[in-house]
Design a protein around this ligand. Structure first.
Ligand code: ZN
Length: 286
């Protein structure tokens, strides 16, 4: 099948995905029909868009922000991302996805893809363990699978808690593996068969275990794990190249933070009547 080229920075249309082929699969980011999502990661698993390269969790993040987080933000609110990926620079923190909130991104050094964040002070070179921001200055903080790369991760979590407003929310999602948390160095010794690409994909400082939530609580954040597409039918996950369940971990200083973004109010979408079943590309309520 011929597939037209798409620009590296494909536009998030906000519209339902383009009519898909017979399989009914399509990508939320570039809206192209997808005959088959490509394998990616270590070990490889299907889920990457063959057109724009968006991975399943990246696609889910965009829908989370667009449908759940942004509707709870007002002009003047502030969003911080710690260690934005290339995808986020293109489609999340570097896009208009959080508008009308003001966004800023930090990383220990300016990388090539950070240039896409543009002028206007939206990028600050800073350590996550020592954020140069006032107490309680952000409404939403995005720290998406970044902590396993930060050696001073406890200090980074404490800084997230310090910089978060009382009714703010942080997304602090990360891989968690069986067993207890260990350094990446110790994990490498225990599993000599794992190559450098595994640590590049999963974290080169920490391999978090089931006790990760204790670290979050120690930093003064109350962790809450949330299903992002509760009640969606199995075909929804298949059609959108997602795992059967998509969960993300959030932390707030006070329950009002979680309530602000996940309680009833703006951002709620009408539920599909029972039995009618949404088409595969229609997002159910988060
Ligand atoms: Zn795509």
């Amino acid at each position: 099948m011929d597939r037209p080229d798409v620009p590296a920075r494909s536009r998030i249309t906000g519209a339902p995905a383009a009519p898909a082929g017979h399989s009914g699969m399509a990508c939320w980011i570039c809206s192209r029909s997808v005959a088959r999502f490509e394998p990616y990661g270590v070990p490889p698993r299907p889920g990457r868009c063959p057109h724009c390269g968006a991975k399943p969790r990246s696609r889910a993040l965009v829908r989370l922000v667009r449908d759940r987080i942004r509707p709870r933000l007002a002009a003047g609110d502030r969003v911080l991302e710690i260690g934005p990926s290339r995808f986020s620079a293109d489609h999340v923190i570097g896009s208009r996805l959080f508008a009308p909130a003001r966004c800023v991104a930090v990383d220990v050094r300016r990388r090539h893809h950070h240039r896409r964040l543009g002028a206007g002070g939206r990028f600050v070179a800073a350590s996550a363990a020592m954020l140069a921001f006032a107490d309680a200055s952000f409404d939403f903080i995005l720290c998406n699978n970044t902590l396993p790369y930060i050696r001073e991760d406890r200090r980074a979590l404490a800084e997230i808690a310090r910089c978060l407003r009382c009714d703010g929310l942080a997304m602090i999602d990360t891989h968690r593996h069986p067993g207890t948390t260990r350094t990446a160095h110790a994990h490498r010794r225990e599993h000599p068969g794992l190559g450098g690409d595994w640590f590049a994909a999963n974290g080169d400082a920490w391999v978090y275990g089931e006790d990760f939530l204790d670290r979050v609580r120690d930093a003064g954040l109350e962790p809450v794990e949330k299903e992002l597409f509760p009640g969606a039918p199995a075909e929804f996950f298949i059609a959108n190249g997602l795992k059967p369940r998509v969960r993300a971990l959030f932390g707030s200083r006070h329950r009002s933070g979680f309530r602000r973004f996940f309680g009833p109010g703006a951002g709620e979408r009408p539920r599909v009547p029972p039995g009618s079943g949404p088409p595969p590309n229609l997002l159910p309520p988060v």
